[in-house]
Structures are given as structure tokens and as C-alpha cells.
Design a protein around this ligand. Sequence first.
Ligand SMILES: Nc1nc2c(ncn2[C@@H]2O[C@H](COP(=O)(O)OP(=O)(O)O)[C@@H](O)[C@H]2O)c(=O)[nH]1
Ligand SMILES: [Mg+2]
Length: 293
Amino acid sequence: MLPSFVITGFLGSGKTTLLLNSAREHLSGKRVAVVVNELGEVGVDGKVLKNAYSEVLELPEGCICCSLHAEFEKGIEEIRRKYNPQVLMVETSGSAVPFPLLLSLQALECIVEGIICVVDCSNFDRYKNDSTAKYQIGGSNVIILNKTDLVDEDRVSEIEKEVLDIWNLYRPVNSLTGEPYYERARVYKTSYGRVPEEVFRGVYTIPELKNISTFHEHKHYQRVVNLLEPVDYDELQKKLKNLPNDVIRAKGIVRFKNYPFPMAINYVFGRIEEPIEVADYQGPSFLILIGCG
Ligand SMILES: Nc1nc2c(ncn2[C@@H]2O[C@H](COP(=O)(O)OP(=O)(O)O)[C@@H](O)[C@H]2O)c(=O)[nH]1
Ligand SMILES: [Mg+2]
């Protein structure tokens, strides 16, 4: 049985950051296989993660919790055969719900040690009524209140209460007995996904579940913009700032004028983050815009 973790959470909440900043450190010395499922033709997270993990499987276009179900299962089998990992980490796209993955992983003889939901404290009010976000919280047994550096402590406490209320309402329940599948959720407050080692020690193992149906509706859309020429940083910033309000997230790998390396760009709810170098990236420059339709 392969120990595995699912990292879920809304668009831009900090899932990849958690993989880079915590999982890598706490699981060092182990063969870790990472599966990322991105909205968009080209995976940005996959490219960034490859700097940290050698075994990264990208499952683009479509959602692993529904349309890519079969690819997900085939991919997991393949990565196990090829790399014989000791731990499997699955980062879902921001618009996937975790519960179907739990069932898939268990069917593939993985022990799910934790379903970790990353919550973006700085944007929580903007997305907390989204039904996918609620199922992401409810379907998790570890909740990370992330981006605490951008809000004050009182606000974090308020969010904690709200998140736990959502968790109570949306956690999966056995429809025959009415019993919830997870008894409790552990909550951590962090910035940049820096969580304590215990999150990856596997003390939250989820019991094996069977025959549960799930419902999931997709409301997000995405567009890929190809950038043929290197762009001016200030101009790109201006363009990103003027995106329509329904564009929640933008990310991509972009070449800038007067800069030698391609940079990974991240934009979440109107905020443009510090670009990260992706020195060995050879592919085209692009931006993926993800919005709510
Ligand atoms: N200020 C701040 N930014 C963060 C934090 N965690 C992640 N970010 C930034 O938020 C953006 C989206 O993070 P990412 O991990 O790609 O989100 P994902 O879409 O959930 O994988 C990136 O630019 C991160 O650097 C945090 O705790 N504080
Ligand atoms: Mg990501």
C-alpha cells in the first residue's frame, strides 16, 4: 500500500507552494512522486515542481475528479511501476473536489494519509460561497489556513470559525447511517505553506470507503494566451491589473525584455506575485487565465 496525500484548495490558495516549501522538506530522503492536475494546456506548476521533484506527472486539460478519471488511474499505475515511489502527492486543480480522488486512490491500493485543503485567508471572502470551495473544505481532514501574512490575527480566527462551519456542513456523510467519514479536521495557520512535519507523518489516515457517489459541477473556464515576443514587465503588470473581475487566477511562464530567464507568473484575485525563475524552461511563453463563468 502506497501512502498518499491529496492537496486541494481554491485557485491560487497556495497548494504548489505548500508542496515546495513543506512537503519537500518533510519528506526529504524519500522517493516522492507528485501528480499535478492543471487547468490549461501547459502545466506551470509541473515545470516549477520539477525543480524540486524528479518524478512529476502532469495531467493537463480536464479535471482528475471527473473527465480525467481513467487517465488519473492509469497515470498513478504508471508512475508506481516506473519510480516505485514511497510517497505519492496529488495536487488537484483549483476547480476539482477531493472526494472522488480519495475513492480512486483507495481503489489503486493507496492509503490516503491526508486530504489537505489549503485556504487563502487573504481572499477567503471572495470565494467562500463557491460550492466547489465548500466541498474542498468539507472533503478534507487537514485544513491549512494559508497567507496569514496578508491578514491580521483576528481575521484568521474568524476565518477558522467559518471554515469549520463549512467543514461541518460539507463533510462527506454515510448516507445509510448518517455518520460522517472523518471525525475531525486538524487546522494549521501558516504562510507560504510552511506546515509542521506532523502533517506528513500520516496520523490522519482516512478509513477505506466504498460505493459512494459524488456530484460535481464545473463552473470555471480557462484561456491560454500565447506570447510570441518577450514582453515588458511593467506593461504586463498593467494588463494583469486591468483584467476583467471574473478572471480569478492567471499563471504562466513568460519571457521578459532585458531578462535572461523565463519567469513563472502568478496572479490571484488582482494580486500579482513576485515572478519565479524557471531557468531550464525551453517551451513557449504563455499565460493561462482562469475565471468563473
Ligand atoms: N503572501 C503570500 N503569498 C502566498 C502564500 N502562499 C502562496 N502564495 C503565493 O500565491 C500564489 C499562488 O500560489 P500557488 O502555490 O501557485 O497556488 P495554487 O494555485 O493553489 O497551487 C503564488 O504567487 C505564491 O507565491 C502566503 O502564505 N502568503
Ligand atoms: Mg498549483
